[in-house]
Ligand binder design. Sequence first.
Ligand code: ADP
Ligand code: ZN
Length: 721
Amino acid sequence: MKQYPIHRALKHFFGYDNFRLNQQPIIEAVLQGKDVMAIMPTGGGKSICYQLPAVLLDGLTIVISPLIALMKDQVDALQANGIRAAFLNSTLSNTEQNHIITAVRNGEIKLLYLAPERLFASGMQFVNFLSTLPCNLFAIDEAHCISQWGHDFRPEYLGLAALKQHFPTVPVIALTASADNITQKDIVDKLALQQPQVFISSFNRANISYYIQPKRKAFEQIIHYLDKHRNDSGIIYTLSRASTESIAAKLKEVGYEAAYYHAGMGSDERAKVQEAFQKDNIKIIVATIAFGMGIDKPNVRFVLHHDVPKNMESYYQETGRAGRDGLKSDAILYYSSGDIGKLMRFIAVEGNAEQTNVMKKKLLQMKEFAEHDGCRRQYMLEYFGERAPAYCGSCDYCLSNLEHRTATVEAQKLLSAVTRTGERYGADYLIDFLRGSNSAKIIPEHKEIKTYGIGKDLKKDEWQVIVKQMLQQRLVDVEDAAFPALKLNETSRRILRGELEVTLVMKKPKEETASISTAPQHHADLLQELKEVRREIAEQENVPAYIIVGDNTLLDMATYLPLSFDGLRRISGFGDYKVGKYGPAFMKVLQQYAATNNLETKIQLKVPKRERAAKPNKPTVNSTQRASFDLFKEGYDIADIAAKRGMAVSTIENHLMPFITSGELSAVKLIGKEKLDTIVALIKQTGQTIASKPIKDLLPEEYSYGDIRIAQAHYQWMKDA
Ligand code: ADP
Ligand code: ZN
């Protein structure tokens, strides 16, 4: 890849080898003096988008950020990279504030963090002060807070609407992790951005696995999870202050280092808890949503929701606090529909009927998501306006045992009912119609149609599943109107003409798998030593350990054993400043370890990586799968096994999948070399690693979905091997 100066700057100041997502075009636009709106998921790396321009531009960058805790953390992190940054807020004494103001005036500060209310405090005094300085960029973090349409409106942000009046020539970059279309427009309007360049990154957090589980005894469910993740750090969200306290107390009783956090605590106490968590002295925080916006801890391995969040934006943001370091992490929601009802009563925004309605609608969307019978990731991404495949491989739905069942005839019956009744009726009516209901609801002349009653053989709920799946797979459309009638689309017509098979996917629920990361082979004892070095440095500098270097940086060191400063520079997270400042301490331990154990450096194996790609969870094998495999090894073919065990062929195919993925069973034995090669070539060509429709359509008739899935499992094995 070509090395531009900003690449060199990225490595020099921050120690990173590559830009992520849209960081590069965003930074280029900012450097050209354009107004920019950047929408990027939590953990995507928004900060660099203004921090790098700030160090490259002359003069001063003002960063507006809503939370005091976050400011300190960011400033610490910048200073650890040798960048001159400061914040002004109420936690500082007057003397400290004066000190910083003097430094700013003398041009000694590149980035100054402020709360929005600060900007317009004491009349125009502060604005006037800023006007005397060479301000070259305003960065508005959490920009959705300016919009009433967003989920986290903060009146103090409205003041920022005056920014462009006072500083018409200073470019503004607005950043947020979540903004639907209306909110996006609102941000541009309110901030009066001029012909802004808008960058929207994918919201997908590939390293987070999403699980939604029926809430039974939530505390026991939580303990069940924690028992399997003893060494990990995470957050448990609940809705009430009282329950944060009681859950934390119960966790302590059974031996977990847990603390609670909510807005009713004194600010000192809150800061203490937050700091202990950041510094890994407390592993588990039980918190209301008050906890979070300030949390920038990279190694949060799990986020558990004891109660359902109020909207998708919150769910996304809260779960997004897991896995900022790119390592595998879990998000689990314990869901009961009763919780939605309870929330509905509390959700009103006093004196603002319009906003109350927004909040209610968002809560219902949350409910729909939690009850959704399909890939969680797909639903979530589509909610944020992004097209996504129907299978992600790392959510409870995709990891459950999926059964594939052909339902072409049923689909045709439904679609024919849709046309015969003029595409004017919703699912409930059509199902009653298909089942030949005598209800007076059915229009008399509809009872004369041939299709009336042809679906008697299925129960109402079975039809409901079929309709739901057909909508999900977009085999039929629904009119977006007050009365949601089903309508045919092009795919529906192909099904009616018999050109397309319809396969329904049914699931058997499965628990979350214990999916915590293991790095490529690293030296575990060395990692411990390096952690110890980091802890000592962090203590001396009085900052959280990850500010020194992140867990992934330590892992890389313990894996690749850089034994020179040049080697160290190739480890992601080591900019030149950090190599100079912390390099010697780590180097000493690394060299000693290598000498004692007679090891050589492996740094030449390290290729600068893009994002650490998250691998989908390896399927685990259960006894029924094993039983099918044993029969196969005895020489029975799939049809025999299905007959013998009284199960569907597709079920047996599913049983064998994990053995293909693990390499124990060769796919050639199942579908033959020709089919295998054809399908694998197609997978490579289309990049489609998921089942199956688009691929099926491209293959000859005689290739079944089962064949495709077997080939996909084979492909997965090749990739892993
Ligand atoms: P956001 O504000 O979007 O939630 P941050 O700016 O806090 O995300 O970045 C998340 C993490 O990713 C931080 O630890 C940051 O240092 C790291 N990071 C950001 N950009 C890069 C990059 N290009 N390469 C590697 N790590 C990065
Ligand atoms: Zn999924």
